[in-house]
Design a protein around this ligand. Structure first.
Ligand SMILES: [Zn+2]
Length: 179
């Protein structure tokens, strides 16, 4: 007989790196809001924190579904923890250009132009719709993570010349066994 776990053991998922094909595939809409989904969401937060990230999309852990978690204050403020399922951008305003990184592109940082403000609607882990507005870092995180659910990476949003330099750097790291 197995001992009952007193605390739920959450699996830490490995974050896949570019060019894993799952990152280029649009995720499927979530239609079932059950305990398995809520466990997956909890595991996504733990996997994100373990990888030192402030945002993680399900395709990054090889789950091709429209789920993302964000915590721009990295555990400092509980109210910054966001779960967005089937998110949609409703409105954007303005422009910001800041350096961006991605857990699936370690050590790569490039300036990316994004909207300065965004309004998003999404479902929570119980299937309830809500709206969230964000500016600056939160706007960037929301847009970056929603891009993942559409198979888009931040290096798809930089100039072709810069992307070629990034891809060359990745090839070199792969060759040296650093990727
Ligand atoms: Zn990313």
């Amino acid at each position: 007989m197995e001992a009952m776990a007193t605390k739920e053991l959450l699996k830490i998922h490995e974050v896949v790196k570019y060019p894993d094909p799952v990152l280029a595939r649009p995720g499927a809409a979530v239609t079932v809001f059950d305990e398995a989904l809520r466990t997956l969401v909890a595991e996504m937060f733990e996997s994100m924190y373990t990888a030192q990230g402030i945002g993680l999309a399900a395709p990054q852990i090889s789950v091709s579904q429209r789920i993302t978690v964000i915590d721009t204050s990295f555990k400092k403020n509980a109210k910054d923890k966001l779960v967005l399922i089937n998110p949609e951008v409703l409105e954007t305003r303005g422009k910001q250009v800041e350096e961006e990184g991605c857990l699936s592109l370690p050590d790569i940082r490039e300036k990316v132009q994004r909207a300065a403000w965004v309004k998003v609607k999404a479902q929570n882990e119980h299937g309830e719709w809500f709206e969230v507005e964000g500016e600056e870092l939160l706007a960037r995180a929301l847009l970056h993570e929603i891009d993942h659910l559409n198979g888009v990476l931040f290096i798809d949003r930089i100039s072709r010349l810069k992307r070629e330099l990034v891809l060359r750097k990745i090839k070199k790291m792969q060759k040296n066994g650093e990727w």
